[in-house]
Design a protein around this ligand. Structure first.
Ligand SMILES: Nc1ncnc2c1ncn2[C@@H]1O[C@H](COP(=O)(O)OP(=O)(O)OP(=O)(O)O)[C@@H](O)[C@H]1O
Ligand SMILES: [Mg+2]
Length: 112
């Protein structure tokens, strides 16, 4: 099993969620996060002075899936979130050793 984690622009959430549902993803977790990467935030002018805003609001999506599904899910997210502008986001995949459905006690792929 894999965990696909995506940090995307909040404006792209609807498009990404729709594309994931169309692909067949049934469950996901959404968090509001703040982050920055290569550009270290953007510059804003306030009362004549320029400030660097380090942290910019983003949304984080987490999707647990069967290992075979991770690659296609990454592609679905990247295509739906891409504008070509800096800050479009990042997607990564981590290995997951166990998942349990609390109600039934099912584990592994059966619990996805
Ligand atoms: N190395 C990292 N570790 C953890 N989170 C990261 C890392 N890089 C980026 N992020 C998260 O992803 C968000 C989006 O990053 P961003 O799209 O700006 O990446 P980038 O590498 O600077 O690409 P681009 O040049 O297209 O902007 C950041 O706001 C941050 O939350
Ligand atoms: Mg960036």
């Amino acid at each position: 099993m894999k965990l696909v984690t995506a940090i995307i622009q909040p404006d792209h959430l609807d498009d990404v969620q729709l594309a994931l549902i169309k692909y067949g993803v049934r469950g996901m977790t959404l968090s509001e996060v703040s982050g920055y990467a290569r550009q270290r935030g953007h510059k804003e002018v306030y009362r004549g002075s320029t400030y660097t805003i380090d942290f910019i609001l983003k949304v984080k999506l987490e999707i647990l899936c069967d290992s075979d599904e991770a690659g296609p899910i990454v592609d679905v997210i990247a295509e739906a979130a891409r504008t070509g502008q800096v800050g479009d986001g990042k997607v990564w995949v981590t290995d997951i050793s166990e998942v349990v459905r609390v109600r039934t006690g099912e584990s592994g792929v059966a619990a996805l």
